[in-house]
Design a protein around this ligand. Structure first.
Ligand SMILES: CC(=O)N[C@@H]([C@@H](O)[C@H](O)[C@H](O)CO)[C@@H](O)CC(=O)C(=O)O
Length: 350
């Protein structure tokens, strides 16, 4: 899966048109755990006799069309959290990135590739590759095993990655709950363009709205993109100055989120709040059941009919109970009707 992007760009000094859309964190579409050997000619059984699941590249084109036509999402964040980017090999990450860029050509507005890795060298290789294939930007998380403990060390790491793709806009992907790197984004942004001239913006996947608000407030002159990554709190972040959003739920709630963005743009806060509460009702419900990347894949399969497959270990496939409950909730909130369900949706609950 990929993360969808709900992106808003405000008009620049040249009067460029403002635009909105939803960016999903792309779902990396996968086949079933035991992919048929004749699928791509590669058996899933590995050297150790264990299954690890293979990527089903063949559905990415369909996925692009689904996001654009059904969800109004035209910006994609590839190989991030939802796409299990850190669970893929470098070669797989390159192939996934290439497929999204190729299939998204003339259909998507932006394809941003997450190139963060524990190894600086691998990160640089992925950044260079993203530039070669014509991606629109790169994003990097903080290395999370041997961690940078100060802002300067983190900046030095990011700078070395950005330098490998000097023509590509660079985003810092702040997701402290997963990386364990708690350096405040506001602190990191202070003077960042002096060190990273290609710095374009921040993908902020954290609930600390004080930190987020201060990132916006202290960088008003900079024209940075502030992409918010907590879907259930997006409206609050918009009020603070978010210029877009990247999140897992935009894969299947992109259309609803776009309606919220449009209401916000029209300054109809009461309607925007209705949409946000409605989205919250769903997220609140699934969070209580246990919600993460695996569950996103199951919901996405259910709603889109595109087989997203199971996640890769150590993640576990979502249970049938989860998918059934999520489906009932989506219907009760009018997010899904019986006619919306596609043939492939059964795969999610098998
Ligand atoms: C921790 C996590 O997975 N956060 C999601 C959110 O979209 C999240 O699923 C949503 O807000 C529900 O809590 C995104 O921030 C992740 C994301 O953008 C990505 O896949 O890179």
């Amino acid at each position: 899966s990929a993360a969808a992007f709900a992106a808003r760009r405000s008009g620049g000094a040249d009067g460029a048109e403002a635009w909105w859309g939803a960016w999903p964190a792309t779902a990396r579409a996968r086949t079933d755990e035991r992919r048929r050997p004749d699928d791509l000619g590669v058996p899933v059984e590995g050297r150790w006799g264990l299954t690890c699941g293979e990527i089903n590249f063949s559905v990415i084109g369909q996925y692009v069309d689904y996001l654009v036509k059904e969800q109004g999402v035209k910006n994609i964040f590839v190989n991030g959290t939802t796409g299990e980017g850190l669970s893929l090999s470098i070669s797989e990450r390159r192939q996934v990135a290439e497929e999204w860029v190729t299939k998204g050509k003339d259909k998507l507005d932006q394809v941003v590739i997450h190139v963060g890795a524990l190894s600086l060298k691998e990160s640089q290789e992925l950044a260079q590759h993203a530039a070669e294939i014509g991606a629109d930007g790169i994003a990097v998380i903080a290395p999370f095993f041997l961690k940078p403990w100060t802002k300067d060390i983190l900046i030095n790491f990011l700078k070395e990655v950005a330098a490998a793709a000097p023509a590509l806009p660079f985003y810092y992907y702040h997701i402290p709950a997963l990386t364990g790197v708690k350096i405040r984004a506001e602190e990191l942004l202070d003077g960042i363009q002096d060190k990273i001239p290609t710095f374009q913006g921040l993908k902020f996947s954290d609930t600390d709205l004080l930190d987020f608000g201060q990132c916006v407030d202290q960088n008003r002159q900079q024209q940075f993109a502030f992409l918010f990554g907590v879907d259930e709190q997006l409206l609050s972040a918009l009020v603070m100055g978010a210029t877009g959003a990247v999140g897992s739920t935009y894969n299947y709630l992109g259309k609803k989120t776009n309606q919220m963005l449009e209401a916000f743009e029209r300054k109809d806060l009461s309607l925007a709040l209705n949409y946000q509460f409605c989205i919250q009702r769903f997220i609140n419900f699934v969070v209580k059941l246990g919600f993460g990347v695996s569950q996103t894949k199951a919901i996405m399969t259910l709603v889109s009919g595109i087989p997203m497959g199971p996640p890769r270990l150590p993640l576990q496939k979502a249970s049938r109970e989860f998918t059934d409950s999520a489906e009932a909730k989506l219907k009760s909130l009018d997010f899904l009707s019986f006619t919306d369900l596609k043939d492939g949706s059964l795969e999610a609950s098998s």
